[in-house]
Design a protein around this ligand. Sequence first.
Ligand code: PDD
Length: 290
Amino acid sequence: MLRIAYVNGRYIEHRRAAVHVEDRGYQFADGVYEVIHLFRGRLIDEAAHLDRLDRSLGELDIAWPVSRPVLALAIRELVRRNRYATGLVYIQVTRGVAPRDHKFPGDTRAALVMTVRPIPEFPTEMREEGVKVITIDDLRWARCDIKSVALLPNVLGKQAAAAAEAYEAWMCDADGFVTEGTSSNAWIVTLYGTLVTRPTGPDILRGITRQAIIRIAGDMGLAVEERKFSREEALEAREAFLSNSSHFVTPVTSIDDTVIGNGKPGSLSAALHDRYAEFMESAPHALSRG
Ligand code: PDD
């Protein structure tokens, strides 16, 4: 099946899709992105992702490349052309193409690129076995709330995790508190069954899945505390998990080789995952009319 990408208004065979060498995303990482889960034809939390895109663009003073309704239509057209039921929609907006010069170019139009990649519905192994996490120093800048394509510390962190045969690296601030994972938000469950995750602010990304979990946990009558937690507290936790749009709730069963809980995915993580799956099922179909 032909895989199709979207590049500045055109639907192009994925392997031929390309941007200009002087795209500012390529030269300066001067751009932002979103990843939306396509689950059985449904775009999960699309509005929240587009709201965050709007905020990221606003913080960097990048104009929308097309209007929001046009973007929503283009996403649907891309989904339709690719014919994947389940996958990840990647949306990237950069400040555009201009001769290399650090300051903003005067009259450049923002560039928009989108892809869709198929993924398995629920990676059962990750959910049934849980994943390993390592901790590393957080080397990032002071505006991690902007979903910028400048991901070098995240890339290095994820590679350090892979080298340690772990799935994710949790980054720690100078005081030893966990900020977040390189591509996910970090959570623990205390011995009393309270969910704990770092409050939003400039030091973490305001995860869309994180917000949904807070809402779902509230519906389930679970206590949620938005506060910092240290690496040491995480090692003692009853459960730990990570959240993102690619894998929703992923149980963590060891941190820096310390076993979390009984070494099996925790029951609250599993319950949250199931409730999140129900929430996804209830989303409208992307290609349905009206
Ligand atoms: N990453 N924190 C970071 C640093 C992230 O990169 C992500 C998502 C999250 C979770 O956000 P959300 O729940 O909105 O997906 C938290 C995406 C999936 C990525 O870079 O591929």
